[in-house]
Write a protein that binds this ligand. Structure first.
Ligand code: ADP
Ligand code: MG
Length: 245
């Protein structure tokens, strides 16, 4: 079994607050790995640590075979080109139209000619279900669902192996949210992605994820099939899955 991410004995401390302690997890190639947990339990921080945006205070994180602690600048740059990220806020540049937003990573990280970059942008637009004519629109002209798709197209610009999503369906209406779930499943299959997704959207969790991880009390207290979750005696799980299990 090939693991794309391995977190061992992770510790994270902010001031006198311990956020993670003795946290372990392993994410398999090709799976959609969903993380749930109470607000403030350190889900976003965990993702930021996997992305080298946040220092850790103990343990190890390995991503695509690289140990992130003491990683060289060159290897860090290589890694950053192998993942795509979609944070909650979406974070499209409001002054750039959709084409320029999606082209940005390609302009920054590749030496490809502009004509080829435009062809790649058109392809990314089509795989997320946007039209070529949407490319000239600015973020403020898009619906919530379209913004998420455009952000996803940008996250996929560099053909990443690994995709990180932090609460991707939050703020979307139910139809757009289910549309987004279907898109994630399709892209995982077509692009052979491994997906790490934080979510509090129960429908999304049931419809998309392969492995469910529950973070509570500083560690992963469960990881496995969402169908076995009822066997776990935990207050957060009971409340979160109320009516479902
Ligand atoms: P979640 O995403 O599960 O809601 P977060 O990872 O955002 O939780 O935050 C976990 C805890 O760490 C919270 O108590 C938060 O206030 C704290 N925290 C996160 N980032 C910082 C930071 N840069 N400095 C201080 N505290 C932080
Ligand atoms: Mg969060």
């Amino acid at each position: 079994m090939k693991y794309i991410i391995e977190v061992t004995d992770l510790k994270t401390v902010f001031g006198d607050k311990i956020v993670h302690e003795g946290l372990n997890l392993k994410i398999k190639e090709g799976e959609i790995y969903g993380i749930v947990g109470p607000s403030g339990s350190g889900k976003t921080t965990l993702i930021r640590e996997m992305l080298m945006l946040q220092e850790i205070d103990g343990g190890t994180i390995k991503v695509l075979g690289y140990n992130l602690s003491g990683i060289s600048y060159k290897h860090a740059q290589e890694l950053r080109q192998q993942w795509g990220v979609l944070f909650q806020a979406g974070a499209l540049f409001s002054s750039l139209n959709i084409r320029e937003n999606i082209a940005l990573p390609l302009i920054e990280y590749s030496d490809l000619p502009r004509k080829l970059i435009d062809e790649i942008v058109d392809f990314k637009l089509s795989i997320v279900g946007l039209k070529s004519s949407d490319a000239s629109l600015f973020p403020s002209q898009l619906s919530g669902g379209m913004k998420k798709k455009a952000s996803l197209a940008r996250a996929l610009a560099m053909d990443p192996k690994l995709l990180f999503l932090d609460e991707p369906t939050s703020g979307l209406d139910p139809i757009s949210a289910r549309d987004f779930d279907a898109l994630i499943l399709k892209l995982r299959d077509i692009l052979k992605l491994t997906v790490v997704m934080v979510s509090h959207d129960l429908q999304s969790i049931y419809d998309t994820i392969n492995t469910l991880a529950v973070i509570d009390n500083k560690k992963i207290i469960y990881d496995g099939s969402v169908n076995n979750i009822s066997t776990i005696d935990n207050e957060f799980i009971k409340t979160f899955f109320k009516g479902y299990i």
